[in-house]
Design a protein around this ligand. Structure first.
Ligand code: AMP
Length: 284
């Protein structure tokens, strides 16, 4: 595997590969790689001639300076994992290389970005759009891989691709979890031992709530989920919403046959670590 640090080198290389008819899979990450990231890389390696994994902590998508400073950075271990996974290129630029000038573009991301993480993290999705659009421009991918852990992000990326009229297939990949159900996240290393013990309650309660759809409305499920998660000492729900899986708009009733799934999206503070997770609901 080759490590590339320059935008110019990446652009020239991937342009040449595409002109030779090679398919390219792009896996954007912020590093501190774990088995969740690995599942995206594995899938890309299987489905493409060449896989490019970007490792870049994008300052433009952090609305919280403390989160940016404390975000884990483990480049050496990341490159080892990518090499083992069979990735062809790790793109590891500096901030100056990625943004020689400040990126002032504002994207019209529409209704999918106007709820949940949108208002909670002002500027976050615009920052995601800035970096992902650049990565797509520089790596000429056939397909780009994203994890369902960041469920709303996938809807935003689909909107971005439509907005920029890009011919790139967006592939969403299922959430990878610890044995006790906690969704893998680079931020999990920042949990205290007590936090790590209590955090699996989030997925346990979400999974249990899928059995309530026959008896409760979405709003009633939300109330019960929030109360149950908050009853665990050390967990504090920021929001829980049950939304249409495509539009991200809140649902007042469960979807009928043929309509998109209902998905519950949660963010929970465990100490000062912000965890996100989600669950698909069955039809009543
Ligand atoms: P990040 O490095 O957190 O920006 O994540 C990079 C990509 O990996 C995103 O598409 C995430 O959704 C995905 N990802 C992160 N954690 C997981 C997980 N536990 N399971 C599946 N995908 C994940």
């Amino acid at each position: 595997m080759k490590v590339i640090r320059s935008v110019k080198e990446l652009s020239q290389l991937t342009e040449a590969l595409r002109s030779e008819g090679k398919s390219i899979g792009l896996v954007p990450t912020m590093g501190a790689l774990h088995a969740g990231h690995r599942s995206l890389v594995d899938r890309s390696v299987k489905e493409n001639d060449v896989t490019v994994v970007s490792v870049f902590v994008n300052p433009n998508q952090f609305n919280n300076a403390h989160d940016l400073v404390t975000y884990p950075r483990t480049e050496e271990a990341d490159c080892k994992l990518l090499e083992q996974a069979g990735a062809d290129y790790a793109f590891v630029p500096t901030v100056e290389e990625m943004y020689p000038e400040p990126d002032t573009r504002q994207f019209d991301l529409g209704e999918v970005a106007a709820v949940m993480e949108g208002p909670m993290r002002p500027g976050h999705f615009n920052g995601v759009a800035q970096i992902v659009s650049r990565l797509m421009e520089y790596s000429h991918p056939t397909r780009a891989y994203f994890g369902e852990k960041d469920f709303q992000q996938i809807a935003v990326i689909r909107r971005l691709v439509e907005l920029l009229n890009l011919d790139i297939e967006i592939v969403d990949c299922p959430i990878v979890r610890e044995g006790d159900g906690l969704a893998l996240s680079s931020r999990n290393v920042r949990l205290t031992p007590e936090g790590r013990k209590v955090a699996p309650a989030i997925h346990r309660i979400l999974a249990e709530s899928t059995q309530w759809v026959k008896d409760l409305t979405p709003d009633e499920v939300i109330d019960r989920v929030v109360a149950l998660i908050n009853s665990n000492e050390g967990l504090d729900v920021e929001y829980y919403q049950i939304v249409n899986a495509l539009t991200m708009q809140p649902l007042s009733s469960w979807p009928k046959e043929g309509e998109p799934n209902a998905v519950g999206c949660v963010t929970v503070y465990c100490g000062d670590v912000r965890l996100i997770d989600n669950i698909k609901y069955p039809r009543p």
